[in-house]
Write a protein that binds this ligand. Structure first.
Ligand code: NAD
Length: 512
C-alpha cells in the first residue's frame, strides 16, 4: 500500500468539475419545484479529506404527501400516463443523452460525495445514460399480447401505469441505482418519488435537474433526501404509493416487506450479500487473481455483490493466497480524484469504523491478518475515511466474519477439498446474491453455477453488469428482479380485456 496525492481534495474537485453554484444548492425537488427543505440538516463530508463541503436541509414527511399528490396529478394532466410509448421513449432518450453529456459533472460530484474513484463514477454515469436509452428502446418494443381465444371474444393482455412509485436507494452507487429504478418506472407511465440516501444525496438531485431540462413533465418526479426512518418510511406507508423499489440492507428490506404486506403493495427488494468466489485448481490463475482482487477491493468493497468469501481449492491454497496477499498489499490507497488510486476511501468515518470493529473482532476470535487489518497511520490519509485492502485466513465459513456482510475491503480466504465441499460451504449463508467461479472446465462451471444459490453467477469474470440482463437476489438478498426488458413490467399493472365478437346475446337463464 502506498499513498497517492493529498488529502485536501474538496477545493481541487470544485476547481475540476463541481460547480457549487450549480450543483450544491440547498434545494430539494418537491412536486416540480426547487425548494429549501425544512427537515434536519444533512452534512456532506468529502470522504477523502474529511472536510464538510455542503449542508442540505432534508425533506420532511409532509413533503412526501405533497409529492405524491403532485405526481398523481402530473401523470394525468401532462398526459404522461396515457402518452404513446414512443413519445414517452423520446423523453427517456433525451434524459439518457443529458446524463451522457453531463457525465464528467456527474462523476466529479459523485466522487466528492461518495469518495469513489473518478474512473468508477464515470462508468456509473455512462451506465445510467445507457439505462435510460435501453428502457426507451424496451418501451418502444414492449408489445402487449392478443391471447389465444378460447371463446367468442378477442382477448387482450395489456399493461398500464401503477400511479406513483417510490424509489429508495443506498449510497454506494447513486446514479446507477437511480437510473435502474427511475428509467423503467417512468417508462411504464408512472410518477416517481425518489428517496436518496443521507450520505450521498447530491447526484440524485442533479439527475432531477437533467430530467427537468430534458422535458420530463413538472411534478412527475420528486427527489426527497432525508432519513429513512422518517421520509423513507412515510413514502412506503403512503396509501397512494402503489409500488416501492428498494435497494439497501437486508434488515431494512425485511422491515419494509412487512410494511408493504400490510398495504398489500408490491415491493422489489435488492438487498445485501456475502458472495462466494470459488477458485478451482484448474483455473487460469493470473485471470483468477486479478478477478478476485477486483471482485472484493474495487469500490473499496462497498458493493452488494463484493466477492467477500474466497474459497480456494486446498491443493493451490497456500500459493494462491500468498500471491493474492502480495497483490492486495500493493494496491494503492488514495483519493478518488487521483488516477493512480486503486482503493478509494470509504463513504464515511462511521462506516469505516464499523468495518474496523468487525475485523478487530475476527482477529480477537483467532483470524490471521495477512494484509491490511488496521486503519492506516499514514499522515496523508489521516483525515479521510480510509481502510486498506484486508485479507484474513485461519477462519472457517462458520465464523461471524464469514457470515455477516461487512461492506468494506475485507475478504476471508477459506480452503475447500472438492466440488461437493465447496457447494456446501458456498450455500451455507443466508444470502444468495452472486457467485464467481474460476475454472477452465465449463462442465464443472455449469454444475457448480447451477448448484450455488445466487441470482448471478460469473464464470472466469466478476462484477460485470449489463442492463439487458436481469438482476435478482435470492434468499435474504432480495425479492423480485430489476434490469432486463421486463423491468418496465415490474412497474405496470397487467390487465385483461375481453371483446365480445358473438352475433347473439348471451344464452343464459329462463327470463328470455
Ligand atoms: P440501508 O438499508 O441503511 O438504507 C438504504 C436506503 O433505505 C437509504 O436511502 C435509507 O435512508 C433508506 N431507509 C432506511 N430505513 C428506512 C425505512 N425504515 N423506511 C424507508 N427507507 C429506509 O442501506 P445502506 O447502508 O444505505 O446501503 C448498504 C446496503 O445496501 C448493503 O447491505 C448492500 O448490500 C445493499 N445494496 C444492495 C444492492 C443490490 O442490488 N442487492 C445494491 C447496492 C447496495
Amino acid at each position: 500500500m502506498s499513498l497517492v496525492a493529498s488529502t485536501d481534495t474538496a477545493p481541487a474537485l470544485i476547481g475540476a468539475g463541481v460547480d457549487p453554484s450549480r450543483d450544491l444548492l440547498d434545494e430539494i425537488y418537491v412536486a416540480g419545484r426547487w425548494v429549501t427543505g425544512t427537515g434536519e440538516p444533512i452534512e456532506s463530508i468529502d470522504p477523502a479529506s474529511g472536510h464538510r463541503f455542503a449542508t442540505l436541509r432534508a425533506a420532511t414527511v409532509d413533503d412526501v404527501d405533497v409529492a405524491v399528490r403532485a405526481g398523481l396529478s402530473a401523470a394525468r394532466t401532462s398526459g404522461w400516463a396515457t402518452m404513446l410509448p414512443h413519445e414517452r421513449a423520446a423523453t427517456l432518450h433525451r434524459i439518457g443523452n443529458a446524463v451522457e453529456f453531463n457525465a464528467d459533472r456527474i462523476a466529479a460530484l459523485q466522487t466528492l460525495d461518495t469518495g469513489k474513484t473518478l474512473s468508477e463514477t464515470k462508468a456509473l454515469a455512462a451506465s445510467a445514460a445507457n439505462t435510460f436509452r435501453y428502457m426507451a428502446a424496451a418501451l418502444e418494443t414492449a408489445d402487449d399480447a392478443v391471447t389465444t381465444p378460447r371463446g367468442p371474444w378477442m382477448t387482450l393482455s395489456t399493461h398500464q401505469p401503477m400511479g406513483v412509485v417510490g424509489a429508495i436507494t443506498p449510497w454506494n452507487s447513486p446514479i446507477a441505482s437511480d437510473a435502474q429504478k427511475l428509467a423503467p418506472a417512468l417508462a411504464a407511465g408512472n410518477a416517481v418519488i425518489s428517496k436518496p440516501p443521507v450520505w450521498a444525496p447530491w447526484v440524485t438531485l442533479l439527475l432531477a435537474r437533467l430530467c427537468e431540462e430534458a422535458g420530463l413533465p413538472s411534478g412527475l418526479l420528486s427527489v426527497l433526501p432525508g432519513p429513512g426512518r422518517t421520509v423513507g418510511e412515510a413514502l412506503v406507508r403512503h396509501p397512494q404509493v402503489a409500488k416501492v423499489s428498494f435497494t439497501g440492507g437486508t434488515s431494512t428490506g425485511r422491515h419494509l416487506a412487512h410494511v408493504a404486506a400490510d398495504k398489500l403493495m408490491p415491493i422489489t427488494l435488492e438487498l445485501g450479500g456475502k458472495s462466494p468466489t470459488i477458485v478451482f485448481d484448474d483455473a487460469d490463475l493470473e485471470r483468477a487473481l486479478q478477478g478476485v482482487l477486483f471482485g472484493i477491493f474495487s469500490s473499496s468493497g462497498q458493493s452488494c455483490i463484493a466477492g467477500s468469501r474466497i474459497f480456494v481449492q486446498r491443493s493451490i491454497f497456500d500459493n494462491f493466497t500468498d500471491e493474492l496477499v502480495r497483490r492486495a498489499a500493493r494496491l494503492r490507497l488514495g483519493p478518488g480524484t487521483d488516477g493512480g488510486t486503486d482503493v478509494a476511501p470509504m463513504i464515511s468515518r462511521t462506516h469505516r469504523d464499523s468495518v474496523a470493529t468487525m475485523v478487530d473482532a475476527a482477529v480477537a476470535a483467532g483470524a490471521q491478518v495477512r494484509c491490511g487489518g488496521r486503519i492506516p497511520d499514514d499522515p496523508g490519509l489521516a483525515t479521510g475515511s480510509y481502510y486498506p485492502p484486508t485479507i484474513l485466513t485461519g477462519v472457517t465459513n462458520a465464523d461471524t466474519i464469514s457470515r455477516e456482510e461487512i461492506f468494506g475491503p475485507v475478504a476471508v480466504v477459506i480452503p475447500f477439498d472438492d466440488e461437493a465441499d465447496v457447494i456446501t460451504q458456498a450455500n451455507d449463508t443466508v444470502y444468495g446474491l452472486a457467485c464467481g467461479l474460476w475454472t477452465q472446465d465449463y462442465r464443472r462451471a455449469l454444475r457448480v453455477g447451477e448448484a450455488v444459490n445466487a441470482g448471478t453467477v460469473w464464470v472466469n469474470t466478476y462484477k460485470q453488469f449489463s442492463i439487458s440482463t436481469p438482476f435478482t437476489g435470492l434468499r435474504e438478498s432480495g425479492l423480485g428482479t430489476e434490469k432486463g426488458r421486463d423491468a418496465i413490467r415490474q412497474y405496470s399493472d397487467q390487465k385483461s380485456i375481453y371483446l365480445d365478437r358473438s352475433d347473439a346475446p348471451m344464452r343464459w337463464g329462463t327470463s328470455r
